[in-house]
Design a protein around this ligand. Structure first.
Ligand SMILES: NC(=O)c1ccc[n+]([C@@H]2O[C@H](COP(=O)([O-])OP(=O)(O)OC[C@H]3O[C@@H](n4cnc5c(N)ncnc54)[C@H](OP(=O)(O)O)[C@@H]3O)[C@@H](O)[C@H]2O)c1
Length: 270
């Protein structure tokens, strides 16, 4: 139980994308602090399993909301289901990616990514941010990405959605800080989750636990956080040592080597 945390952010938190990966870990670490949880994603059975496990282990309350944040007007069910709960923390974490050449994934999938990574995160921050300002306390964590700091060829559209999130979170952090509402962008590098399933294990691929811990430890202290030494070094290199063009070229060269399919396809195109 973390009494200071509960005093600051109230007794209920919302976690989107709570059915796997970083979202599950957010739910676990918040539950260990004694927070009741609203768990949101599309796969209800996974949310229900997690809710059962957390309720038993931490003696907290959980509410499961099955919602597709990629659909228009998704927010009304969530607002209705949470109107009588003292929500004090929003973890805007659900997201999807589409990596590879610019035309990888059809237009519909790429527009879906804007709807989920950008529009849904904005709508929830707008709605719950209003409540937090009225209450005079609260917190919002956005899961952005290390790819938000510079242009990323072969990850172009995903990185652009995450750059939006980082910029939004930093500006909200400034505007809300005098009103006792903390806003933070978590900018992970590669992290073990469904999104990175199949990637080779190695020092670049972080476990979810330290990623989430760094976010929760820095909420109220920083406007963004980059977990892990290697990721921090990468951001230092791309934002302090290189200009934007250099950072773009370095990212392009690295991603071309790392992403399955990119190099092979390039050769075919040539
Ligand atoms: N893993 C990484 O290397 C990495 C790095 C940087 C940033 N991130 C970001 O971290 C966040 C969490 O991703 P993750 O790595 O934990 O990946 P993940 O394991 O694939 O989790 C993604 C979560 O988002 C939910 N989601 C996807 N589409 C949704 C929709 N239309 N409506 C509602 N929920 C939806 C998924 O639940 P359902 O499928 O059940 O709906 C799942 O719970 C994302 O924003 C991602 O961009 C990840």
């Amino acid at each position: 139980m973390d009494h200071l945390f509960l005093e600051k952010y109230g007794s209920w938190a919302i976690v989107t994308g709570a059915s796997s990966g970083i979202g599950v870990e957010f739910a676990q670490q918040l539950a260990s602090k004694g927070m009741n949880l609203v768990l949101i994603a599309r796969r209800k059975p996974m949310l229900e399993n997690l809710a059962r496990q957390l309720t038993e282990s931490f003696k907290i309350e959980c509410k499961v909301i099955e919602a597709d944040l990629g659909k228009d007007s998704f927010q009304f069910d969530i607002l209705d289901a949470t109107k009588n709960l003292e929500i004090g923390l929003l973890v805007n974490n659900a997201g999807m990616n589409c990596e590879g050449h610019f035309y990888r994934g059809n237009l519909e999938r790429n527009l879906q990514m804007i709807q989920l990574n950008v529009k849904a995160a904005y709508i929830l921050a707008y709605e719950f941010g209003k409540r937090f300002l009225e209450n005079g306390k609260g917190g919002i964590i956005f899961t952005s990405s290390i790819s938000a700091f510079n242009a990323n060829p072969y990850l172009s559209h995903y990185a652009a959605t995450k750059a939006y999130i980082l910029s939004l979170a930093e500006s909200m952090n400034y505007e809300f800080k005098d009103k006792n509402v903390d806003v933070l962008a978590l900018c992970p590098g590669m992290t073990k989750s469904e999104m990175t399933r199949g990637m080779k294990d190695g020092p670049m691929l972080m476990e979810v636990a330290p990623v989430v811990k760094e976010a929760l430890d820095n909420l109220g202290k920083k406007s963004y956080v980059v977990p892990g030494f290697i990721n921090k070094a990468q951001v230092f290199l791309s934002t302090r040592l290189l200009n934007r063009n250099g950072a773009k070229n370095l990212s392009g060269a690295m991603l071309k080597r790392m992403l399955p399919g990119v190099k092979k396809k390039k050769k075919k195109d040539e």
